[in-house]
Design a protein around this ligand. Structure first.
Ligand SMILES: Cc1ncc(COP(=O)(O)O)c(C=O)c1O
Length: 377
């Protein structure tokens, strides 16, 4: 059975490796293997001694322990290491959904969250819980979620810090969502790929893995730690049956994760606070640059400050951001992404705040705008 095209990945596959200036990446700036090993007090020589046999399907015990240590109350056995973070989305959809079950997905969203759950449940069994725009910020209404629930609802899928809006709920709201899921006997898939990227002025919240037994949490090293090329991710689930089923599905998709990835993931977790704080600081610098830029173009863009994560969703008063994006690639070597790919409209764009060179790319965008009819409007 065919699945919907993964628009974001097709777009990045087309442009990411050939466009010099990029404003829409969701990850943070990466490091070399040498830098990572130096930060964690390790060496390439030690990595070289690792034997390239199969690894344990649940993950290397030391890695599971290091991951468990990043939570308040998660034992290593509750962690299942993945072949890649995105694999977790597929494993959870296959594990938690049975024929006839309905799923509610928070949108806009990283397209896999809509497309994979929609594919597995069936498109007519997926309901979208949408962000509201109150003019100056993004908001979410739990009553709207309640109104979407039916007797067949099995699973709610959310992602906080949220890609693309940069939304992060309060701890109180988080508890309310957990309570709702518990009372109704539902499952909550909580995508925490951007965990720990909290901007100053925003109160951090615990991982949902520390809040409710009814959550299955996805996390990994791609975004917060800027290591997407490592393909390191994991799921946390308290329920033993769920974990068994996740691993059974994993046997069909990757069996176990690669030795170099597990080794370097352990190194990354030893240096995790250094890396995270560096990335938060870069996001804050880029946020200041972005706010100054959008402040100079109030008629053309609608800026709502993100609270967390490495992305923001920005209104752009043009007929089609998608069409303009293709033109900017050709004319300026500059990449912007339409929110249409993320289940929103084509008059918003996602910007990514985690990379070095964001200011240079934004400068280039501004010069292009000044020369274009948009800048003279
Ligand atoms: C919300 C969310 N979940 C999961 C993923 C998947 O992470 P990865 O690409 O490292 O597999 C992404 C990547 O963009 C994401 O934004």
């Amino acid at each position: 059975m065919k699945i919907a095209p993964f628009e974001t990945e097709h777009f990045f596959a087309r442009h990411e490796f050939s466009t010099p200036y990029q404003l829409c990446n969701s990850d943070c700036e990466s490091v070399t293997i040498d830098e990572l090993l130096a930060m964690s007090g390790d060496s390439l020589e030690n990595l070289g001694r690792e034997r390239l046999g199969y690894t344990e399907s649940g993950g290397h015990p030391d890695l599971r322990e290091a991951i468990a240590d990043t939570y308040r109350n998660v034992p290593p056995e509750h962690v299942t290491v993945l072949g890649a973070p995105i694999e977790g989305i597929y494993l959870v959809a296959r594990t938690l959904l049975e024929p006839g079950d309905e799923v509610i997905v928070l949108t806009p969203a990283f397209d896999a969250l809509v497309n994979v759950f929609g594919h597995v449940a069936g498109p007519d069994r997926l309901r979208q819980w949408r962000f509201r725009d109150d003019g100056t910020s993004w908001t979410l209404d739990l009553d709207e979620l309640r109104a979407l629930l039916t007797a067949k609802t099995k699973l709610i899928v959310v992602n906080f810090p949220h890609n693309p809006t940069g939304y992060l709920p309060s701890a109180e709201w988080q508890r309310e969502l957990a309570g709702l899921v518990e009372r109704r006997g539902l499952w909550l898939f909580h995508d925490e790929m951007y965990y720990g990227l909290v901007h100053s002025g925003t109160a951090p919240i615990p991982s949902m893995a520390d809040v409710t037994d009814r959550a299955v949490v996805l996390s990994g090293l791609s975004k917060t730690y800027g290591l997407p090329g490592l393909r390191s991710g994991w799921l946390v689930a308290r329920d033993a049956r769920v974990r068994e089923d996740l691993v059974n599905w994993k046997f069909y998709t990757s069996i176990c994760s690669p030795v170099p990835t597990e080794y370097l993931a352990r190194a990354a977790l030893r240096a995790r606070e250094t890396i995270r704080l560096r990335n938060v600081a870069r996001i804050e610098r880029n946020l200041r640059v972005a706010e100054a830029f959008f402040g100079r173009w109030p008629g053309l863009f609608r800026w709502r400050r993100p609270l967390a994560g490495s992305t923001a969703l920005v209104g752009f008063d043009v007929p089609s951001v998608s069409a303009l994006a293709e033109r900017l690639v050709r004319e300026e070597g500059l990449l912007i992404q339409s929110a249409a790919m993320l289940g929103f409209d084509d008059r918003h764009m996602r910007i990514g705040l985690g990379r070095e060179g964001f200011d240079v790319a934004l400068d280039r965008f501004e010069h292009w705008l000044q020369r274009s009819p948009l800048g003279r409007a």
